[in-house]
Design a binder for this molecule. Structure first.
Ligand code: SF4
Length: 711
C-alpha cells in the first residue's frame, strides 16, 4: 500500500508564458496535492518574489472542473461554437477510454491524409506551457508525419524582429544589472502584472542608490503608478517618441560620438534624418507635451547607466517592429550599452543554445512543406486561399497548450472555421476551454507539477528543471505521452517517441554541453549569462562588421520568417514614426489596446474563481471621462465596441489614465463572460505585421455605443 508522503518543500519552475520563468518552491502535501507556492529565495533573479496568481496555484491545479477523462462529442458543434458549452452536459459528451480516444484520433488523421494529403493535418500549439519537452514535442509528430508546419507569430515576431534589427541577436546586458542602474526605463510592459521580477530589481535600485524608474506605456497601469517619470503615449506612437528623444540627444550634445563611430552603422545619416523629428513634431503624434519629451530625453542624456527594459506590448501594433528598433536605438545614441547597468534588453532567447533536435524531430524536417501562420488560424480554417498557401484545406487539427477560440485574433472567423462540419478537432487540455468545447475528442492533460520538463528564461539567464512532484488526477496524461501514443498508432518512427521526458532532458543538456539532468537536479538551475563584454556587445554587435544597425535591411533581418509579409515595402529606412497603424476615423473614433490583466495569463487562470474575482468579475473597457461625456456613456454602462471584424459587449469604466480617444480592455476573459459570447479578440485583426508577421492586438480602431444602463 502507498503511504502518504510527509509535507515537504520541493523545487520547480513556473511553466507559464511569462518572461520571468520564476524559480519556485512548492509545498507538497501528499502524492496528490500541493499547498503554497513561493518564489525561490536563493535564485538571484526570482529573489523570492512571484506573482499572486501562481502563489495560489493550488486553486488551479486542484480545480474541480479539471478534465479527468477522455471525452467524445455526441452532438453537433453549433451550440458550442456560439457559446461556452457545459462539459458535464451528458448530452454533449460521452466518456471513453484512452485507447479508444487515441484510436479515433489516429483514424481521423489517417482518413484526412488519404483524402487531401498529409498537409491537411495541422498540429497546433503554443505557450500554455513553456516546458521544452511538453510544449515542443508536438513538432516531432508533425515532422515525421509531414503534417503542415506552424509559423509562430502570435507573440514574439514583431518584437524579436525589431530588436534583432539593431543588435543582430536576442540578448543584452544581464537583467540583474538593473539593480545597479541609475535610470530604468520600463517600456511597453506592465511588469507589475506580467513579470514581477523586473520591479524587484528596479525598486531595489531605487531603494539602494536612488535610481529613477521611468515607465512608457499607453495607460496608467500598476507599473506606471510606481514610476518617477511617467510617459503616457497614444498606442503605436512609440517610434515618434523615440525619434524625438534621439533628436534632443543629438541636439544637446548627449550623443556619444566615440561610441557611435566605433559601434554603429550610420550615425551621421541618423542625426540628419532626426533633424525634423523635434519634440513639437512628436508631441502632436504621441499626445505628450514638449516638456515631457524634453525632460525624459534630458534624464536619459545625463544618465550613463540607463537600462531600457523593452517589453512585448508596444510591438503588438502594425508598426511594432519599427517601434522596438527605435526604442533600442536610443541606447546606441548615448552609448549606454558600455556601462554596467546600461543598455537595452528585451529577451535572452539567443543565449541558451539548447539542442532540441530529439524533442522536435528536426532531423527529419522537410522545409518544403507549407508553414501555416498560427495568427491566421481564422482565415485558414475558413478556407482562404492565400493563408493556405494554395495547398489543401485543413481538415484535421491536434491542439495542445493553446486556446485559439479565445486568444487568436479575428475571432469571428476563428469561430466560423471551427464550426465546419468537415473539420476534425482533437484538443488535449487541462480544463474545458472554448476550443476544447468545440472539439470532437477531448483529452485530459497534466499540469506542470504532474510531469517532468525543462525551462529556460526569456527575461533572465537561467535554465531550470521542473520535476514531476505529484500524481495527476484520474486519467490525465502529459503532452509527451499523448504524442507518443498517437505516433505508435500512426506508424510514425523516431527515437524520440521511445524516450521518457527525463531522457529527453538529459539528451538535450548533454548535446548542448550544459551538463546532465542529474547535475541540473542537484544545482536546480544553470546560469547561462554571457560575460560582460559579450552581453554589452563591447566586442561588436552580432553583424559581420560588428555595428549596431540604425538602418537595418528589414527583410533580411535574422528572425524567424516565412518571407516578407505585410506592407514591408513602406518600412522606414531609419527609426521613425511609421503610420501603418489603424488610425481612428469618423466612423471609428477610438483606438483600442487589449492589454494583459494581472490575474490572468492570456486565457490561463481565467477559469479560477479567485482570478475572476480579483479582475472585478466582468470584462470592462477603460474610457477617458471626457470621451465618456462626449459620447453619453455613464460609468458602469453596458457598451458595444465594434469594427469591421466584429462586435463585443462589455462594461465601460471611466478612467483618466488614458489619452483621449484611447480605450483599454484588460485581460482575455472567457467568451462566456461577455453578454453576447464574443470575446475581445472579435475586434483584433489577423492581417500580418511587416516585415515577418504577427498579430496587432493593441492596434484596433473601433466605434462605441451604449448598450445598457449602468449596473
Ligand atoms: S511572474 Fe510570471 S514566471 Fe513568475 S510565477 Fe508569475 S507567471 Fe510565473
Amino acid at each position: 500500500m502507498n503511504r502518504p508522503l510527509p509535507s515537504r518543500i520541493a523545487y520547480s519552475a513556473c511553466p507559464h508564458d511569462c518572461p520571468s520563468t520564476c524559480a519556485l518552491e512548492v509545498e507538497v502535501l501528499d502524492r496528490h496535492s500541493i499547498g503554497r507556492v513561493r518564489g525561490a529565495r536563493d535564485n538571484d533573479y526570482t529573489a523570492g518574489v512571484i506573482c499572486a496568481k501562481v502563489a495560489r496555484y493550488a486553486e488551479r491545479i486542484h480545480n474541480p472542473n479539471r478534465l479527468r477523462y477522455p471525452l467524445r462529442r455526441k452532438g453537433g458543434k453549433a451550440d458550442a461554437v456560439a457559446g461556452f458549452a457545459d462539459w458535464r452536459d451528458e448530452r454533449a459528451w460521452e466518456r471513453i477510454g484512452w485507447d479508444d480516444a487515441l484510436d479515433m484520433v489516429a483514424e481521423a488523421f489517417a482518413k484526412a491524409e488519404a483524402r487531401h494529403g498529409s498537409e491537411t493535418v495541422w498540429p497546433y500549439y503554443y505557450a500554455g506551457t513553456m516546458g521544452l519537452v511538453q510544449r515542443d514535442g508536438i513538432n516531432r509528430l508533425r515532422h515525421v508525419k509531414r503534417y503542415s508546419e506552424q509559423f509562430d507569430t502570435i507573440c514574439t515576431n514583431p518584437a524579436w524582429t525589431g530588436f534583432t534589427a539593431g543588435t543582430g541577436r536576442l540578448a543584452g546586458p544581464d537583467p540583474r544589472e538593473m539593480a545597479r542602474s541609475d535610470l530604468i526605463v520600463i517600456w511597453g510592459t506592465n511588469a507589475v502584472a506580467t513579470q514581477v521580477n523586473v520591479m524587484t530589481h528596479a525598486v531595489r535600485a531605487r531603494k539602494e542608490h536612488g535610481a529613477r524608474i521611468a515607465v512608457v506605456d499607453v495607460y496608467r497601469n500598476e507599473t506606471m503608478k510606481q514610476a518617477d517619470i511617467a510617459i503616457l503615449l497614444k498606442p503605436g506612437t512609440d517610434g515618434a517618441f523615440a525619434c524625438a528623444v534621439m533628436h534632443v540627444l543629438f541636439r544637446d550634445g548627449h550623443a556619444d560620438w566615440d561610441y557611435l563611430d566605433k559601434y554603429t552603422d550610420r550615425p551621421r545619416e541618423l542625426e540628419v534624418h532626426l533633424r525634423d523629428k523635434s519634440p513639437e513634431w512628436a508631441a502632436a503624434i504621441t499626445g505628450l507635451s514638449v516638456a515631457e519629451i524634453e525632460a525624459f530625453a534630458k534624464a536619459v542624456g545625463e544618465t550613463e547607466r540607463t537600462y531600457f527594459r523593452l517589453g512585448y506590448g508596444f510591438s503588438r501594433s502594425r508598426n511594432g517592429a519599427v517601434n522596438m528598433h527605435a526604442a533600442q536605438s536610443i541606447a546606441a545614441v548615448t552609448g549606454a550599452w558600455q556601462y554596467e547597468g546600461g543598455g537595452a534588453f528585451h529577451t535572452n532567447s539567443d543565449i541558451f543554445g539548447l539542442d532540441k533536435t530529439m524533442v522536435e524531430g528536426s532531423d527529419v524536417r522537410d522545409r518544403s512543406l507549407r508553414r501555416l501562420d498560427q495568427s491566421r488560424i481564422g482565415p485558414i480554417l475558413c478556407g482562404e486561399a492565400e493563408p493556405l498557401q494554395g495547398g489543401p484545406p485543413v481538415t484535421a487539427l491536434l491542439i495542445q497548450n493553446t486556446n485559439p477560440m479565445s486568444v487568436a485574433p479575428d475571432q469571428t472567423k476563428v469561430k466560423r472555421g471551427f464550426g465546419r462540419d468537415d473539420l476534425f478537432v482533437c484538443v488535449h487540455e487541462q480544463v474545458m476551454t472554448e476550443t476544447a468545447s468545440v472539439a470532437d475528442i477531448v483529452l485530459p492533460a497534466t499540469m506542470f507539477l504532474e510531469h517532468d520538463d525543462i525551462y529556460r528564461g526569456g527575461g533572465h539567464q537561467y535554465i531550470l528543471f521542473g520535476p514531476k512532484l505529484i500524481d495527476p488526477p484520474d486519467e490525465c496524461r502529459s503532452n509527451h505521452q499523448v504524442i507518443a501514443g498517437l505516433a505508435a498508432r500512426l506508424g510514425a518512427e523516431h527515437p524520440g517517441f521511445a524516450m521518457s521526458e527525463r531522457e529527453h532532458i538529459d539528451w538535450m543538456l548533454k548535446k548542448s554541453k550544459r551538463g546532465t539532468l542529474v547535475e541540473l537536479e542537484a544545482a536546480r538551475w544553470i546560469d547561462c549569462q554571457p560575460d560582460f563584454r559579450t552581453a554589452h556587445y563591447l566586442d561588436g554587435f552580432a553583424y559581420p562588421d560588428g555595428k549596431f544597425r540604425f538602418k537595418p535591411d528589414w527583410t533580411k533581418v535574422r528572425a524567424p520568417n516565412n518571407g516578407a509579409m505585410g506592407p514591408h515595402e513602406t518600412l522606414p529606412e531609419f527609426p521613425d514614426y511609421w503610420p501603418a497603424i489603424e488610425v481612428a476615423d469618423a466612423r471609428h473614433p477610438f483606438r483600442l489596446a487589449t492589454s494583459p490583466a494581472r490575474s490572468f495569463l492570456n486565457s490561463s487562470f481565467n477559469e479560477t474563481p479567485s482570478s475572476l474575482a480579483k479582475e472585478g468579475g466582468r470584462p470592462e473597457v477603460l474610457i477617458h471621462p471626457g470621451d465618456a461625456d462626449e459620447h453619453g456613456i455613464p460609468d458602469g454602462a453596458l457598451v458595444r465596441l465594434g469594427n469591421h471584424r466584429g462586435v463585443v459587449t462589455l462594461y465601460a469604466r471611466h478612467f483618466d489614465g488614458v489619452r483621449r480617444g484611447v480605450l483599454i480592455s484588460e485581460g482575455i476573459w472567457p467568451n462566456a463572460a461577455f453578454p453576447d459570447g464574443n470575446g475581445i479578440n472579435s475586434l483584433t485583426g489577423a492581417d500580418p505585421i511587416a516585415p515577418f508577421g504577427g498579430a496587432a492586438f493593441h492596434d484596433n480602431r473601433v466605434w462605441v455605443e451604449v448598450a445598457g444602463r449602468p449596473s
